[in-house]
Design a protein around this ligand. Structure first.
Ligand SMILES: C[S@@+](CC[C@H](N)C(=O)[O-])C[C@H]1O[C@@H](n2cnc3c(N)ncnc32)[C@H](O)[C@@H]1O
Length: 282
């Protein structure tokens, strides 16, 4: 019998998870606006007890710890060992004492009952094998009036930051099959009908999905942006599996896209499109 979320556990502890940990600061610059949107949407403030799902290197959790002040606290969980290690180091460096990082599967971790006011997640909710079971699992950990806000990607066609490099390079690479509509993956919460179905089936109410469009800085220089595409974006796995002429042609094609999207300040920015989903706990 396969273990729940085992594919994602393996993936986020591979080279890919290591790259996300190594480039934690880059990731936080890319997605800073999303953290603000998520924390703003839940009106996270002094005294709140916050749970951050799929916290990665802890960028959002550290901001939340500041917002909730010393009378609140933050618990942040992720399945990636490299990223939780990085998050824990950042916590120590920042001398923050009201947050903890847990290495574990959010969908099964035994959270104490009534221990949170707010659940937040920046791009961490789309990777559950069984999201119905995960959202049912979170509910008892929320206290009366509990609420959630999470950022998830809209459809691939609305996200050139991910798809423009893919379109340019795909002829030279073997791209993996797209996950099915009920399978985990970055775009698995893009369909509002699916998100509404999952949340209502698990007793969450007042679901709202607000579009959030932003320009994503992929890197301060062309080199940084290319590094992101090679190591962390959707092309990292297909690129690592190819060598020789095809690899060179793929990288040239990606570089062309990045050059076209370099602003006057030298920063490479492409458009991103998310939903900010909010809901009330059962
Ligand atoms: C796209 S990354 C986002 C990381 C972080 N929230 C950020 O914005 O930088 C998705 C994260 O979800 C985590 N994740 C995936 N499935 C998970 C699960 N079942 N429990 C906890 N974390 C999970 C991954 O390890 C990864 O860190």
């Amino acid at each position: 019998m396969s273990v729940i979320n085992s594919g994602q556990i393996e993936f986020w502890n591979s080279e890919y998870g290591l790259a996300w940990a190594r480039y934690a600061d880059t990731v936080d610059v890319m997605f800073a606006e999303l953290s603000d949107a998520v924390l703003g949407a839940t009106v996270t403030g002094a005294g709140d007890r916050v749970l951050d799902l799929g916290c990665g290197n802890g960028g959002t959790a550290l901001l939340a710890a500041d917002r909730v002040t010393a009378i609140g606290n933050v618990t942040a969980i992720d399945i990636s060992g490299p990223m939780i290690d990085r998050a824990s180091d950042r916590l120590t460096e920042a001398d923050i004492v009201n947050a903890i990082f847990i290495l574990g599967d959010a969908a099964t971790y035994p959270f104490a009952e009534n221990s949170f006011d707010v659940i937040v997640s920046r791009l961490g909710c789309m990777f559950f094998d069984n999201p119905d079971s995960a959202f049912r699992h979170f509910s008892p950990s929320l206290d009366t009036g509990g609420r959630a806000a999470f950022a998830v990607w809209r459809a691939p066609r609305e996200n050139p930051w991910a798809m423009a490099p893919v379109s340019a390079a795909r002829d030279f690479l073997e791209m993996p099959a797209r996950p099915g509509p009920e399978e985990p993956g970055p775009f698995s919460f893009a369909d509002p009908d699916r998100v509404n179905r999952i949340l209502s089936a698990t007793g969450w109410t007042d679901t709202d999905m607000t579009p959030f469009d932003f320009r994503i800085p992929l890197g301060n220089t062309l080199e940084d942006a290319l590094n992101f595409c090679i190591k962390m974006g959707p092309l990292s796995a297909p690129l690592s599996a190819v060598s020789g002429t095809n690899r060179t042609k793929a990288i040239d094609a990606i570089t062309g896209v990045l050059e076209q999207n370099t602003d006057d300040d030298g920063i490479v920015r492409l458009d991103g499109a998310c939903w900010i989903v909010t809901a009330k706990a059962p």
